[in-house]
Design a protein around this ligand. Structure first.
Ligand SMILES: Cc1ncc(COP(=O)(O)O)c(C=O)c1O
Length: 383
């Protein structure tokens, strides 16, 4: 008998509506496809979303972090404290601006930077902090800014994954120092590739514009100057139109993701995987936008490794991912003096984490299927 075929369930899939697709076609036909009117609209809409703060768009959430550091005046000789449990761009940009990353271990419950350890890591050379809101869960923002204020430190929030998240009822981006969002294809709000910086004032916004496009200033029809070394980080109008089409849906996206996350907790409750030691994320339904559902495998109790586990999921028609291996164990970082054992929680997390499917076009039946598969694999390979 042939097995019934179920459609493959990827771990992520963007939701782009027909109106946006039509809008992109109009931009393509309009004769202006790079940075222009759509970007202006996107920046204005993002600014409104962030309580009226100045916003500038960029072509990635890596560019936003790097330019955020430059605007904060971070450079050679400075230390920037961040977490090793992130996408590697979080700390690569610190090297890019000539500064030194100082890693601090994570709190295993939140998987975000441990703020007690962060405070202990501050030295006279510390200039800025880059907290990362992994899977959209913010750090304790009150405590973070208390520390930053007490030590006179700049904060560049790596909110790449946190568009639509909040802290005590206020949206991430509304409060705080410099805030960096990514609109990469997998993010809750996408512009295919892209990002945005939320800034404190017009001076910072002008600096952002200069860093974004070759340090150029213009006045009148032919007045042009270049007074700062900038790069090429502008967002196309095609991309901005995609982002604009996503924005009206963001609250629904977040609500649906929260509901799916709840279904995961229900689906795993009391099952074989949890009994064996599967690690679940913090059950936060107030602040997180549930960008991802990240579990940790009880590898010491399984007779397969993570790749084997992910292969078993694939066999059952389920996609998965890894977000993220600990940054300091990458070759570039080991060559710069980082070693295994320095940040044990981030290392354990990075070695055992698996990203399960979570996107708005999934339903609770899909979640049940994933939970059943995870339980089944744990039963089959549990020691
Ligand atoms: C935490 C974090 N920081 C920074 C980035 C970089 O964003 P981008 O891919 O848009 O450059 C990402 C993207 O995955 C991220 O997840």
């Amino acid at each position: 008998m042939t097995q019934p075929t179920v459609p493959f369930l990827p771990f992520v899939k963007p939701e782009i509506d027909e109106e946006t697709i039509q809008g992109v076609a109009e931009v393509l036909r309009s004769g202006w496809i790079t940075t222009g009117p759509q970007n202006q609209k996107f920046e204005a809409a993002l600014s409104e979303f962030c309580g009226g703060r100045p916003v500038r768009t960029f072509n990635s959430g890596t560019a936003t972090l790097e330019i955020g550091l430059r605007i904060a005046g971070v450079g050679a000789g400075d230390e920037v404290i961040t977490t090793p449990a992130s996408w590697v761009s979080t700390s690569n940009v610190i090297y890019e601006v000539g500064a030194t990353p100082v890693f601090v271990d994570i709190d295993p419950a939140t998987r975000n930077i441990d703020l007690d350890l962060l405070e202990k890591a501050i030295t006279p050379r510390t200039k800025a902090l880059i907290p990362v809101f992994l899977s959209g869960l913010p750090v304790d923002m009150d405590r973070l800014y208390e520390i930053a204020r007490a030590h006179k430190l700049r904060v560049i929030e790596d909110a790449a994954q946190a568009f639509g998240s909040s802290w005590n009822g206020e949206r991430i981006g509304k409060l705080g120092d410099i805030v960096s969002f990514s609109f990469h294809a997998n993010k809750n709000l996408t512009s295919i590739e892209g990002g945005a910086l939320v800034l404190n004032n017009e001076e910072e916004a002008i600096l952002a514009q200069k860093y974004r496009l070759q340090g150029i200033t213009r006045s009148g029809f032919d007045g042009m100057d270049c007074d700062l070394l900038g790069g090429k980080y502008n967002l196309t109008d095609v991309a901005a139109r995609v982002g604009l089409g996503q924005l009206p849906h963001i609250e629904r996206f977040t609500a649906q993701r929260r509901q799916l996350a709840r279904a995961y907790f229900d689906g795993f409750a009391g099952g074989a995987a949890v009994k064996l030691g599967l690690g679940l994320p913090l059950a936060d339904f107030d602040n997180s936008n549930w960008h991802m559902y990240l579990v940790t495998l009880p590898l010491d109790k399984l007779s397969i490794d993570r790749a084997g586990f992910m292969g078993e999921l694939k066999e059952r028609g389920i996609g998965s991912g890894v977000h993220y291996p600990a940054i300091h164990l990458f070759s570039l970082y080991k060559a710069r003096g980082f070693r295994e054992g320095m940040f044990p929680h981030a290392e354990r997390y990075g070695a055992s984490t698996v990203t399960l499917p979570l996107f708005t076009q999934m339903n609770e039946g899909d979640v049940t299927r994933v939970c059943r598969a995870v339980n089944e694999i744990c039963e089959q390979y549990g020691k």
